[in-house]
Design a protein around this ligand. Structure first.
Ligand SMILES: NC(=O)c1ccc[n+]([C@@H]2O[C@H](COP(=O)([O-])OP(=O)(O)OC[C@H]3O[C@@H](n4cnc5c(N)ncnc54)[C@H](O)[C@@H]3O)[C@@H](O)[C@H]2O)c1
Length: 251
């Protein structure tokens, strides 16, 4: 298995794309820490991995709170000694016209989608630098590459994720730490159902018409790209953004 003996941390791993990423990393042989603000979902996802014969640890952490992230990473280090892979996946949005958004909403969106990735990255860097090895995969969004009506601040946050990724990739290459983004297009997840499709029965169908591949992304589509970038098969790839969007965006 290509990730045997690797220790991976996945944020927002309780459901949706993060859960599929945790499952796929474990299936590739990694030991996986599942961080989520929803502890029950994280435990359920970890239990699913364990049932399939994998090694998983569920940890409650709000990724916008540095002390909680540091405490969770300390638990990972106590259990497995180091971290090889970080997947910054936790994120959230509620689409609405920018003109209707409040400052409180801007702060929340920037904290969950951008500052969280900065916090989590900093929390795992010391062991990665010490061992001279690391794979960081940041989940962006094609909203951050091409914009998305109703998602102005989210797009700004995800654009920030992409820029953060590029600079970190430059700074950390000497430590043999790869930093890349996976950028999903519209994906069938609880977030999509709750915040995008609810009350808009035609949305998924019209997206399917616009997507050359003819369907929305499944969480597993995103997870496969993450496993590749987290593996040594991607050793010479850093600072890149890989869209997984069925061809909806070609940047
Ligand atoms: N679904 C899509 O269409 C889509 C498209 C592009 C990008 N993305 C991105 O993919 C990632 C995953 O999205 P999803 O659709 O699977 O979402 P989701 O809401 O279905 O799952 C997100 C998970 O993150 C957790 N989470 C949220 N805030 C958290 C916090 N502060 N601390 C810890 N955990 C937290 C939630 O509890 C949940 O388990 C996000 O970064 C999102 O922006 C999603």
């Amino acid at each position: 298995m290509r990730l045997r003996e690797q220790v991976a941390v996945v944020t927002g791993a309780g459901r949706g794309i993060g859960r599929a990423i945790a499952r796929a990393l474990a299936a590739a042989g990694a030991r996986v820490a599942l961080l989520d603000v929803n502890e029950a979902e994280a435990r359920d996802a970890a239990g699913e991995i364990q049932k399939a014969g994998g090694d998983a640890l569920a940890l409650r952490a709000d990724v916008t709170v540095r002390a909680q992230v540091e405490a969770a990473v300390a638990e990972v280090l106590a259990r497995w000694g180091t971290v090889h892979i970080l997947v910054n996946n936790a994120g959230w949005d509620r689409p609405m016209p920018f003109i209707e958004t409040t400052e409180e909403f801007w702060d929340r969106i920037l904290a969950i989608n951008l500052k969280s990735q900065i916090i989590c990255t900093r929390a795992v860097l010391d062991p990665m630098i010490k061992q001279g090895y690391g794979k960081i995969v940041n989940i962006a969004s094609d909203a951050g590459r091409v914009g998305s009506t109703g998602e102005a601040v989210y797009s700004a946050a995800k654009g920030g994720v992409i820029a953060f990724t590029k600079t970190l990739a430059r700074e950390l290459a000497r430590h043999r730490i790869n930093v890349n983004c996976v950028s999903p297009g519209p994906a069938e997840t609880p977030l999509f159902e709750e915040e995008f499709a609810k009350g808009k029965p035609g949305l998924a169908e019209s997206l399917k018409k616009a997507i050359p591949w003819g369907r929305l992304a499944r969480p597993e589509d995103i997870a496969r790209a993450v496993v590749f970038l987290a593996s040594d098969e991607a050793e010479y790839i850093t600072g890149q953004t890989l869209s997984v969007s069925g061809g909806l965006t070609m940047v």
